[in-house]
Design a protein around this ligand. Structure first.
Ligand SMILES: [Zn+2]
Length: 410
């Protein structure tokens, strides 16, 4: 390819023109205005490879177009023209489809003869397509697509996860939303329960401190909702189930919220499992009790609960209901689609109404959850303030039994 000649003043000026394509020897070709404009706009004024902004000088901010229009298939079939021998009629070489916007450095790289095999036509077309797709997706977002991020992350039996901003951005973008971090705490998360003492031994202080931390952050959220700076909430939750039920009770139910859980067994990522089945739910009376004021609800969703292993406080005087999937065995992936969560929520709401009628005036319900994250938040969020009883939340212990952890008042 030879050494590039040192460009003289007029060449340098010309090659920085946004409407000229630049070749390996700094020769330039005029590209029709409408074609150049199309490529610049599709690329968002940014390099398709490194994403550098090409409309101005990054140090002075001076308005100098520093981008270059680069040919994917070179503009001629001569041996020195990068990828120029690829099949493409001459008249299609100066079209928007065959041009990509690049910074000077990246353009040098792809046009260097030693790199033609690496940056071949297919590779460059893919880079252009992905960059332009991303620009299109991002610039389609409107102010109302902003969502307030609430990450509630704790350890579960010693194990934790990270939810960094890249993960959040990618997850939200797939739902056509973009993140607002105005609730972030002094560290990297909104609610960080990872370093609380007593998690392993399920100490009372663990539950009470955890709930206090959630309540403190949710007060701030409610203040923002009142000022109307929050219109939608995206919850990224990974914590012990009782704390997520407490979280649900604190979440304002007039503001739409999307609960994201870490996916299991379907690759890395957060949110629903693509093409997951919609599961329906039912509630059944598993045992009639002698005292109409004693009610317990077993949620057999992510696993089956053994009615013989209930805590001693849930004795023969207690009526025991069970919420369970219809026609499928409880398992960790039962609620993997929005429809399944909706069905679960409706069943729980129906059961609460049933309890109101059949057990009037009760103040507490014992809750025994074997549920995934999304259902846990829903269990706490569904009961209505001043209408429904307090939930006495138990947590599953390693031998399959249940211990009381905390009380959640709607
Ligand atoms: Zn670049």
């Amino acid at each position: 390819m030879g050494r590039s000649p040192v460009p003289n003043q007029s060449d340098a000026t010309r090659s920085s023109s946004p409407y000229r394509a630049v070749g390996p020897n700094n020769e330039t070709r005029t590209i029709p205005d409408r074609v150049a404009l199309r490529v610049w706009v599709a690329a968002g004024g940014r390099c398709a490879m490194c994403n550098k902004r090409l409309l101005d000088d990054q140090y002075t901010g001076a308005e100098v177009a520093v981008g270059q229009l680069a040919h994917i298939v070179g503009w001629s079939t001569s041996p020195g023209s990068p990828r120029g021998n690829a099949p493409l009629p001459g008249e299609e070489r100066n079209t928007a489809d065959n041009l990509m916007l690049l910074c000077y450095d990246q353009h040098r790289v792809i046009d260097n003869a030693t790199m033609w095999d690496v940056y071949d036509v297919d590779m460059l077309r893919r880079i252009k397509r992905e960059h332009e797709h991303r620009i299109r997706q991002l610039t389609a977002l409107r102010d109302e697509d902003r969502t307030t991020v609430l990450r509630v992350v704790g350890a579960i039996r010693g194990a934790g996860v990270t939810v960094n901003p890249q993960t959040v951005a990618a997850t939200l973008l797939a739902d056509s939303r973009y993140p607002d971090y105005s609730l972030i705490g002094i560290d990297e998360l909104e609610v960080d329960l990872r370093h609380l003492p007593g998690e392993a031994e399920s100490a009372e202080v663990y539950w009470s401190t955890g709930v206090a931390m959630i309540q403190e952050r949710l007060r701030l959220l409610r203040a923002r909702i009142d000022r109307e700076s929050v219109r939608h909430i995206s919850v990224f939750a990974f914590a012990r189930i009782p704390l997520l039920i407490a979280l649900g009770a604190e979440l304002d139910d007039t503001t739409p919220a999307q609960i994201y859980a870490k996916r299991r067994g379907h690759g890395e990522g957060w949110g629903w499992v693509p093409d997951a089945l919609t599961v329906d739910f039912e509630y059944v009376t598993r045992r009639g009790g002698t005292d109409p004021h004693q009610v317990a609800v077993m949620f057999s969703v992510s696993g089956s609960i053994d009615i013989a292993r209930l805590p001693a406080s849930v004795d023969a005087s207690t009526t025991v209901y069970e919420v369970r999937p219809i026609g499928v065995t409880p398992g960790p992936e039962i609620i993997s689609s929005p429809g399944s969560l909706e069905n679960f929520t409706r069943t729980w709401r129906d059961l609460l109404s049933h309890i109101e009628v059949d057990h009037p005036g009760i103040e507490e319900i014992d809750v025994l959850p074997a549920v995934p994250v999304t259902a846990a938040v829903t269990i706490g969020r569904t009961p209505m303030r001043n209408v429904h009883p307090t939930l006495r939340v138990h947590d599953r212990v390693s031998d399959g039994g249940y211990n009381f952890t905390l009380a959640v008042t709607p």
